[in-house]
Design a protein around this ligand. Structure first.
Ligand code: HEM
Length: 125
């Protein structure tokens, strides 16, 4: 049986595995390599803190994801299908590695943030 997400080590594993999938994905990898040239050494720790805060309410993340994705949309149009693919990869990663209350919460949080981003950022596809 898989274990639940229990702390920072698990979050690091989740985030690292997720971005390995993202980088290998033919539909959305270009946002991370072409639209923005992501500095992974900087981005990964930001995402560890984001998820640590989202799941364990540690207050370690301070940022503005909506603005970041608004800029990304301006640079290289995001579509509903891109968000769907992002969520598919994220859900797959969580399910491959973990199960339990925090694992479910992670998938729900990703889904609801994705919905808000789409409502606020996308106009018409
Ligand atoms: C089409 C879907 C998405 C794409 C292509 C995408 C892509 C990106 C890119 C390129 C960055 C900037 C990295 C950098 O410059 O360092 C970023 C940052 C980020 N993304 Fe996404 N993203 C998507 C959806 C989401 C969703 C649904 C979430 C919700 C969990 C999310 C959470 C974040 C966070 C927290 C950051 C860091 C913001 C900061 O710098 O504080 N993204 N994303």
């Amino acid at each position: 049986m898989k274990k639940d997400i229990a702390g920072m080590k698990d979050i690091e594993m989740l985030v690292n595995c997720f971005y390995e999938k993202v980088k290998a994905d033919t539909q959305i990898s270009h946002f991370f390599t072409d639209t923005v040239k992501v500095n992974w050494e900087r981005h990964l720790p930001v995402m560890y803190r984001f998820w640590d805060n989202a799941l364990f309410f540690t207050g370690t993340y301070s940022g503005h994801p909506l603005e970041v994705h608004q800029q990304l949309h301006a640079l290289g149009t995001l579509h509903t299908t891109d968000f769907q693919q992002w969520n598919k990869l994220f859900t797959e990663t969580v399910d491959e590695l973990f199960e339990g209350e925090k694992a479910t919460l992670a998938k729900e949080r990703a889904k609801s943030i994705s919905t808000v981003m789409q409502l606020k950022i996308l106009k018409k596809d």
